[in-house]
Design a protein. Sequence first.
Length: 299
Amino acid sequence: MFQYPPINYIEPVFRPPSEAQSLILQVTNGCSWNKCTYCEMYRAPQKKFRPKSIADITEEVIRCSAALGAVRKVFLADGDAMALSFKRLKEILLVIKEYLPSVSRVSAYCLPRNLLNITVEELSELRELGLSLLYVGAESGNDEILEKIEKGETFETTKDALLKIKAAGIKSSVMIINGMGGSRYSHQHAIDSARLVNAVQPDYLATLVLFFHESEAEFVKSFGDDFEFCNQRQLIEEMQTFISHLDLGKTIFRSDHASNYLVLKGVLGRDKEKLLTMIDGALNSESSVFLRSESSRGL
C-alpha cells in the first residue's frame, strides 16, 4: 500500500538535504556497491540493490501526476540510480517529461563507477531530457583513506567522473567527509580533498562530519589500528586546512549538515577569507559561541 506521495517506497529512503521539497522517485532500491565501511544507509535486508521496473515507475509517475499537480523537482532514489543503463535512464526521464511536464530539475546520487560505461554524449542527452544535477560522494581525495574505507574509487576515478559530468553540462555537488581519515590522516585528507575539488571546480561543495549510529566499532576495526576519531578542535582545524587550500571560482559551499559543529556557508572563492575568519574565531573563542553543542547537532 503506497503512502503520500503515492509511491511504493521500500524504506528507509534517503535523499540529500537540498532535495527536501522534491518528489522522491525511487527507481532503484539500495546501492549496487554497498561496501563502504562508513555508510550505514543500505544495510537493512530489504535494501538489497534492485532496479524498479519501468512499468512500475511509469505507474507511480502517473499517480503522482494526478495527485500532486505541478511538480518542480524530482530526485531519483535510492543511492545508486545512475547504476541504471543509459537506455533505462532515458526511459525514466521521458516518462517524467510526459506526465510531469512542470518538472524543471531532475537529480540523483552518482557513484564515479556509474559513469564508466556511459559517454559524455549520452550524459548530454540525459541533460537535454532534464537530468541537471548529480550528487557525488567523493568523501576524500586521499587514495590511502579511500582504500581503507573500501570506497572502490581513487582520486583519479573520482576526478574523471566529475570532469565527465561537467563536460556534459550537468551540475555537480561534491561531498567531503570531515574526519574521514581520523586524527592521523587529518592533514593529508584535507589537502588531498582540496586538490580534488580544485581539479573539478564543482557547482556545489558540502561537508559533513564522520558519525555513526550503530557500526562505529566495525568501521574502526576495518580501517585499521591507526584510526582515532578527531575531536572537535581537530575537526575544525581540518576544515581550516581544507578551505585554506581551496582555489575555486564560484562554487557554492555548505557545511550545515546536522553533524557539523561549525556551520559555514558561502561562495568559494568570494567568501574564502570570511569563512577562514569564522573558523579562526571558533578555534580561538573561549566561550565557543560559534559552535553547536552536542545536543543540538541532531544526530
